[in-house]
Every structure is written in structure tokens, then in C-alpha cells.
Design a protein around this ligand. Structure first.
Ligand code: SF4
Length: 352
């Protein structure tokens, strides 16, 4: 059986042609899968019974299984999802008033080993396939009844952040294929401008990834100099800050609309001093980057070595950046009454 979720449009057309069917049948199947969100070929009622049977003999339509689910008081919704081989990842929906972002994963575990990250303490098991990346979002749409695809104005699941488990640039081919499916206008139709891909800084892949996908870029910076960044993000030894920011500069060259968000997790006494904020400003000016910061209060997890910054340190840090002309909103902690740190739900269920 071939898994149909995750095939590119071209691959689906080729499969349908192999079955001796006309190419418009591929378009119909695509719309049933990604516009209407059906879970069986039987529901594809504008296809003949015979064709539906032929499709069912050749393909399967799979969603990951929901192993656990938590909804916090602020409506943050977290799922632990299991794929056919038993591997598990997390997905989170973070609602605002009339819209919200779904945070999806790209790998099982992560090889980057960022010291503040719970997922980083779970070794990389494998890359997710394009179908496994797309089907996470489809599970979220199932939960909120967003089939057929609502218009941009009326949908709750309006944005996607590729910021869950894993480093997306280490699984670029599958991520690109998944994003092409998620953004296709005849299906799920999430605008590329509403998708943000976050990287820990795989410098040589940044430009190719963004050229291939056309989505927005977020960089997990978390420190203003190499010494500090290498301590908390081992990947920095391989791709130091200069290389990452050069890649960001190349991304912005010639297109004034490309803003970059730098994610900055505030760790008490580690990277949250006024001096760190000033160093960050110097870095931005040195590379002439059009940037904003997303300041993230740390959400501690059992066994981690860091503590959250004090509110007054966070406020001072934000003010220094803002006074220099950079937007630096402090992310409101979400889902605090559930296992909110990425990777926590997975390890709880694995250890249970
Ligand atoms: S922060 Fe991202 S890149 Fe770093 S270990 Fe966690 S999942 Fe991997």
C-alpha cells in the first residue's frame, strides 16, 4: 500500500496515470484529501465506485494516532501523536482571539542538543516524512472542524510555525514537500506568509531553504556572542554567529519586506543581562539586519540546568532593544497548567 498523504501533486498525477485514469481525477482526489479532509476513498462521491475501489486497493489515507491530548485553561492545545512505526512527536495549537498558530514537528527527537530544550535531550531517531508533517496539521483541522478548508478570514488555524520537535533544515527535502502541500491553493491553502520556519542556525541551508519554500524565517539566537552561544547551543561550534547572520543578510538582500525574527530565550543570569542586550544591538547593526526579537520567558522542565529570568531583567532587556528601534515583545507564557515545554508530554508518556 502506498501512503497517499504526502505525495506531491506531480507524484499523485503520475500514480493516477499509471492506473490508466485521466489527469483530472488526480485533481479531484487531491481536493477530497486536502480541501475536504476525507479519511476514506468511499467518501469521494464524485468518483465512480469502481475507481474508489481501485484507489483503496492501491493507497491508504493515514493520520497519526492521538496518544494523549491536553487543553490548558488558556485553550492551548497539545497533542502527542504516534506514527505507524510507533514513533511519537508533539504538536501544539496556540489560539489567539480569532485565529491561531499550529506548531508542527519535523523530526522524532533532535540532534542539535540545545541545552535549554527538553526535546534536545531526546536523541534524534529519524526524520519525519512529508506525509507525517502534513498529517499533523490535518489532525489539528480534524479537531477544530476546519474542513472543507475555510477562507483565510474565517479559519482559526490560520498560521503554521515549524518550530516543534526537530531541526527543519536537517530534513529539508521532506519539509519542502510538506510545505508545498500545506500551501497549495486547491487544498489546505495556508499562505506562505503565514508560515514561519525556525532554525537553530544551520547556516549553509538557510538561504536555499527559504528560496525553496518562500516562508518566513525565525532564527533561534539565544545569545549575543559565540562563547555564550556555544555553551547553550552546541551547533554554534559548527556554524558560529557570523555565518548565521551572513546567511540572514543574504536572505534579506534586495527585498525590503523580509524581516527576520530572532528567538531569544531568557535564562536567569546566563544571557539576560543589559550587556547581552547591547551586544545584540551591535550585532544587528554590524550586519544591517531588519529584525525583531521574540523574547521568550524560559519554561523549566525537570532536570534542566536553567532558571527563568526575573521579570525585572526581562523588562530591562526588552526596553534596551526597543530603545534601539527593535520590536521586542515578550511572549506571554502559554499553557502553563499543562506540560508546556516541547518534549515534556512525549517523555512523560514514554517513561510512564
Ligand atoms: S531547540 Fe529546536 S533545534 Fe534545539 S534541540 Fe530543541 S528542537 Fe532541536
Amino acid at each position: 500500500m502506498i501512503e497517499i498523504i504526502g505525495l506531491s501533486k506531480k507524484e499523485l498525477e503520475a500514480e493516477i496515470a499509471l492506473m490508466g485514469e485521466k489527469s483530472f481525477r488526480a485533481k479531484q482526489v487531491w481536493q477530497w484529501l486536502y480541501f475536504r479532509g476525507v479519511k476514506s476513498f468511499d467518501e469521494m462521491t464524485n468518483l465512480s465506485k469502481e475507481l474508489r475501489q481501485k484507489l483503496a486497493n492501491r493507497f491508504q489515507i493515514t493520520r497519526p494516532q492521538i496518544v494523549a491530548e491536553q487543553i490548558s485553561r488558556d485553550k492551548t492545545h497539545k497533542w502527542l501523536l504516534e506514527f505507524a512505526d510507533g514513533e511519537r512527536v508533539e504538536m501544539v495549537y496556540i489560539p489567539e482571539d480569532d485565529r491561531g498558530a499550529v506548531c508542527i514537528s519535523t523530526q522524532v527527537g533532535c540532534a542539535m542538543g540545545c541545552r535549554f530544550c527538553h526535546t534536545g535531550s531526546q536523541k534524534l531517531t529519524r526524520n519525519l516524512t512529508a506525509g507525517e508533517i502534513v498529517s499533523q496539521f490535518m489532525v489539528a483541522r480534524d479537531a477544530y472542524g476546519e474542513w472543507p478548508s475555510p477562507t483565510h478570514e474565517t479559519r482559526y488555524l490560520s498560521n503554521i510555525v515549524v518550530m516543534g520537535m526537530g531541526e527543519p533544515l536537517q530534513n529539508l527535502e521532506n519539509v519542502c514537500q510538506a510545505l508545498n502541500i500545506l500551501t497549495d491553493n486547491e487544498g489546505i491553502a495556508i499562505s506562505r506568509r503565514r508560515i514561519t520556519m525556525s532554525t537553530s542556525g544551520i547556516a549553509p541551508q538557510i538561504l536555499p531553504a527559504l528560496q525553496a519554500t518562500g516562508v518566513r524565517l525565525a532564527v533561534s539566537l539565544h545569545a549575543p556572542n559565540n562563547e555564550l552561544r556555544s555553551q547553550i547551543m552546541p551547533i554554534n561550534k559548527r556554524y558560529p554567529i557570523e555565518q548565521v547572520l551572513e546567511a540572514c543578510k543574504a536572505y534579506q538582500a534586495g527585498d525590503g519586506s523580509r524581516y527576520i525574527t530572532f528567538e531569544y530565550l531568557l535564562l536567569d543570569g546566563v544571557n539576560d543581562t543589559p550587556d547581552c542586550a547591547r551586544q545584540l544591538i551591535l550585532l544587528m547593526k554590524k550586519y544591517a539586519l531588519r529584525a525583531s526579537f521574540n523574547l521568550i520567558p524560559f519554561n523549566p522542565w525537570p532536570g534542566c540546568a536553567f532558571k527563568p529570568s526575573k521579570p525585572e531583567s526581562i523588562a530591562t532587556f526588552a526596553r534596551i532593544l526597543e530603545n534601539a528601534g527593535y520590536a521586542a515583545p515578550v511572549r506571554v507564557p502559554r499553557g502553563q497548567d499543562i506540560l508546556a515545554a516541547c518534549g515534556q508530554l512525549k517523555s512523560l508518556k514514554t517513561n510512564a
